[in-house]
Design a protein around this ligand. Structure first.
Ligand code: SAH
Ligand code: SF4
Ligand code: F3S
Length: 456
């Protein structure tokens, strides 16, 4: 086979963890074409912006980035170098060919379900700009190149793995059902094979991804339909897999067997991201969430009974159309009742094509800002309180990388808190007990406890 000259690839991802995962798979599918990743866009022959459409600000960012990339492309051209610019991800899906009209420097637009075709699309783009955002009949995962063992090692001991994609829930604020398409679960055998390859290359923590991951219902290894709980139990048996997580879940899909998995699957970490969005029944109804505030709080009680050391995080939207001060107060009350270890909160952003954007009673921007500040002050105090509650406790830490200073090593607690200790980088990839001595605003600081690590 003729050796291909190495070419450079730069990928920048916005948005959720699934985009981060997709970016790794794009790099994998382009690797056999001779593309090597670089962190410097000015050296890149191919630049991919892997975009997010969730809020207005997220999609606007894409066009300011593209403006800068156009200059970069011109500078490279002046030096006799060609550059391909690709827009991938959810803005690509939502805007398609419109992107080419808004920014002529773009050569290629590719949707989240089409990036397995990147090698062909890049070749075609040398003739004329191309757009591929049709939802294909084939499953992209069947066409993606697996990463090399060396590549997996480079990416670290914690990895993402998409098990479910798309959403059929149609919350009235959300673009995801339109940008990612209908809900699809990958077959368990393919997920197991991918997880085994990760574990063989040294991955110790796997986070299963899906827009509605707890709705997973894929074909099992035995031909039956497996739930997420069943899949987790299977993955926990893989040698080397010490920690399992999953995100993002919908409250209505938190089934009893999944709650049971929290009770009796030690590898499943006691940390659950379960977005509630609002504490007001009227707003939840207008959002088409399919549950009320009480349904959420009783569900949390049930999960906590199964796993008493469970900590929670959530997403919140403030200022959804029609949200009154009393509705907002109900959200603060729910937060006070549940107590969250961390959270993500946003001002409502009307998105084109979603029912929420058409509603008459849009909330004033200043009111949204003020509510967001109040909500964030409350959840931030809960986060600090949770972090402080770890001080003096012994907790397992999975070490991931060298620490901030020489002689330090850094890892994560079961609750995803960064933990630093004085210790050797030989600890990387191992889960070891650590006594937490103090907490900073974001990190915990501890010391190694002389106990044998969990066997790998
Ligand atoms: N599938 C996940 C989350 C998808 S998007 C779920 O069902 O929870 C991540 C978060 O972005 C959402 O939970 C929501 O809080 C926020 N979000 C989505 N659309 C938004 C919008 N139009 N304005 C503001 N925040 C939004
Ligand atoms: Fe969006 Fe709702 Fe689907 Fe989550 S469940 S992706 S918020 S529509
Ligand atoms: Fe954004 Fe698409 Fe993820 S809109 S949050 S990148 S699914």
């Amino acid at each position: 086979m003729e050796a291909r000259a190495p070419k450079k690839l730069f990928i920048k991802s916005f948005g959720c963890q699934m985009n981060v995962y997709d970016a790794t798979r794009m790099a994998d599918v382009l690797a056999p074409e001779g593309y090597e990743e670089t962190a410097q866009p000015e050296q890149a022959d191919l630049i991919v912006l892997n975009t997010c459409h969730i809020r207005e600000r997220a999609s606007e960012k894409v066009f300011s980035e593209l403006g800068k990339l156009r200059e970069l492309k011109e500078d490279r051209k002046a030096r006799g170098q060609t550059t391909r610019i690709a827009v991938a991800g959810c803005v690509a899906q939502a805007e398609g060919a419109e992107i080419l009209r808004k920014q002529r420097a773009v050569d290629l637009v590719v949707g989240p379900q089409n990036y397995h075709r990147l090698p062909d699309l890049v070749r075609e783009s040398f003739m004329a700009p191309v757009v591929d955002t049709e939802f294909p009949v084939e499953d992209k995962f069947d066409y993606l190149t697996p990463p090399s063992e060396e590549k997996i090692r480079e990416r670290g001991v914690s990895a993402f793995l998409t098990v479910q994609e798309g959403c059929d829930k149609f919350c009235t604020f959300c673009v995801v059902p339109y940008t990612r398409g209908a809900e699809v679960s990958r077959p368990a055998a393919k997920i197991v094979a991918e997880a085994e390859a990760l574990a063989r290359a040294g991955v110790r923590e796997i986070t299963l991804l899906g827009q509605n991951v707890d709705a997973y219902h894929g074909m099992g290894e035995d031909g039956a339909t497996w739930s997420l709980a069943r899949l987790l139990r299977r993955l926990a048996r893989i040698e080397g897999v010490l920690r399992l997580r999953f995100t993002t879940s919908h409250p209505n899909d938190m089934t009893d067997d999944l709650i049971e998995a929290f009770a009796d699957l030690p590898a499943l970490m006691p940390f659950l991201h379960l977005p509630v969005q609002s504490g007001s029944d009227a707003i939840l109804r207008a959002m088409n969430r399919g549950h009320g505030a009480r349904d959420y709080t009783s569900l949390i009680e049930k999960i906590r009974r199964a796993r008493p050391d469970l900590a929670l995080s959530s997403d919140f939207i403030v200022g959804f159309p029609g949200e009154t001060e009393a509705d907002f107060q109900a959200t603060l009350d729910l937060i006070a009742e549940v107590r969250f270890a961390s959270n993500f909160s946003f001002k409502y952003s009307p998105r084109p094509g979603t029912p929420g954007a058409e509603l008459a009673d849009q909330v004033d921007e200043a009111v949204k800002t003020e509510r967001l500040h109040r909500l964030q002050a409350l959840v931030e105090s809960q986060r600090q309180h949770f972090n402080a509650s770890l001080v003096g406790r012994i907790t397992p830490v999975l070490f991931e990388k060298p620490g901030r200073h020489e002689g330090q090593v850094a890892g994560k607690s079961p609750y995803l808190q960064p933990v630093q200790i004085d210790g050797s980088v030989d600890l990387i990839g191992r889960e070891v007990l650590v006594e937490i001595m103090r907490c900073g605003s974001n990190s915990l600081f501890g010391r190694l406890v002389e106990t044998p690590e969990r066997a790998i």
